[in-house]
Design a protein around this ligand. Sequence first.
Ligand SMILES: O=C(O)CCC(=O)C(=O)O
Ligand SMILES: [Fe+2]
Length: 347
Amino acid sequence: MSLPAAPPILDFSPFYGKDSDAKTKLIEEIRKCCHYNGFFQITGHRVPLDLQRRVMDCSRRFFDLPLEEKLKVDKNLTTFNRGYELLRSQMLEVGTGPELKEGLYIGEEIPEDHPYYLEKKLNSGPNQWPPTVPNKEEFQKTTMEYYHATFDLAKDVLGVLAQTLGVESTFFDPLTDGAVATMRYLHYPAQPQDTDEKLNRGIGAHTDFGCITLLLQDEVDGLQVLDAPSGQWLDVKPVPGAYVVNLGNLFMRMANDKYKSNTHRVINKSGRERYSIPFFFSGNPDYICECLPNCREKGEPAKYGPITVQDMVTASYKESYGRAEAFKKDLDVKKAEVIPAVAAVGA
Ligand SMILES: O=C(O)CCC(=O)C(=O)O
Ligand SMILES: [Fe+2]
């Protein structure tokens, strides 16, 4: 039996080159990862290191702002998930507390006369830019430059994924044309070393909702992937410049569960602040997700019916935010029950 293995680090550059043996090897390695747990890291991509550094610097500049400045772009001011999300807003893992991370959600700039905005498509609208972040113009420019570079990389990764399924690298073009994607600046404050690991999560155990995720981490570790057969949590060590790539629920569904969308979490026990930038590629909201080629044997039925990207991702969002809301309400009820009792003692 093979030992549980952390996601391998693969050189993606053969995708851009002419060496067909190297390309075939890359496709095979990625196929193996997709079957195993849907996680791998890539180096040798085309997002410049310098751009990654500049974007991480933007993230730090934003989170360094006083809370009242960050709240000027509160995500709750929009209905389309753009803007700042406070610490403890989300709760992905049942039985844990709200998560110790704050975030800034950004996507393609969608003006209010765009069909996606008018038709209330997934996460579609104008970005909320923090008005007082230092070097505001550069912040916006670098953020969008990074968004577009990562979007292009996501298309390339989907090109390889198509090839792992034995179809042309252009197979996913109808999914990537007009695709919706969201990037998040994330900041995990240092968790005190003695915090209750059972309750405190940077981000609770979850699978990603969309198609694929490309994650840039800084040098502080904390991301862990569950090895389902052994129940062990495997650390995903930060590799400078690399992307952690993982498949989301939408891809697993299209692959008839043959490819995996795997459980992962973040616990920041480093004693340091951690910054990461996940890029969630959902796809064209109207794309109809159906069982992909070569994902079932002859005569084997598709496990799932067709569903649009829009419906699939919207349902997942509702579920996870609903859980955090329910938890907070429950806490409020408990507090309300305790306070009168205390007051009675003092009376
Ligand atoms: O910050 C990380 O390392 C992981 C973030 C993540 O899993 C997510 O936002 O879905
Ligand atoms: Fe995730």
